[in-house]
Design a protein around this ligand. Structure first.
Ligand code: ADP
Ligand code: MG
Length: 150
């Protein structure tokens, strides 16, 4: 059984620390991409966390929210990963639309590190071994809760 650990995010340094810890756990797989699925309501902190991870991994460009472009691909050189792929599935109407973005090829490539927001919009397409992260709104405007498998 997978157990989940919950962390409070109350300030920028909490987000940075949790992102650093998480990024350290990422390792390329044999014959397939690593997929990170980020769940949580609008404004719960998925994009914020993704951007923080991108910075740590060495993405130079500003990581814009891909809500309107669906997918952005960045060059990286991190532990054998060569592409950092950020997808926001919020506007997708099902997994067919994800497949149209070339999803099958994206998840086959072990040099790909994929962060996908709103995985529940395309649930049938998310690999079983995806790493699941969840974000929740907390007690106030600046409090979020971050859950990850340990
Ligand atoms: P999502 O991608 O889940 O819709 P975003 O990361 O785009 O969420 O937005 C989260 C918003 O909440 C941002 O405006 C961010 O500045 C704000 N925020 C406030 N406190 C936090 C926190 N502790 N962690 C993450 N985001 C926070
Ligand atoms: Mg987002």
């Amino acid at each position: 059984m997978q157990s989940k650990k919950s962390f409070d995010l109350r300030c920028q340094s909490d987000i940075e620390d949790r992102a650093k810890e998480f990024v350290q756990t990422l390792e390329p797989k044999n014959g397939k991409a690593v997929t990170v699925a980020l769940s949580g309501d609008l404004g719960a902190g998925k994009t914020t966390f993704t951007k923080e991870c991108a910075k740590i991994i060495g993405v130079k460009e500003n990581v814009a929210s891909p809500t309107y472009v669906l997918m952005r691909i960045y060059d990286i050189d991190f532990k054998g990963f060569k592409k950092y792929i950020h997808i926001d599935a919020y506007r997708l109407k099902g997994k067919e639309e994800l497949l149209n973005l070339g999803w099958d090829d994206l998840i086959k490539n072990p040099e790909h590190l994929i962060f996908i927001e709103w995985p529940e919009m395309v649930s049938g397409a998310i690999p079983n071994d995806a790493i699941n992260l969840s974000f929740l709104h907390g007690d106030d405007e600046n409090h979020r809760i971050f859950l990850r498998q340990i």
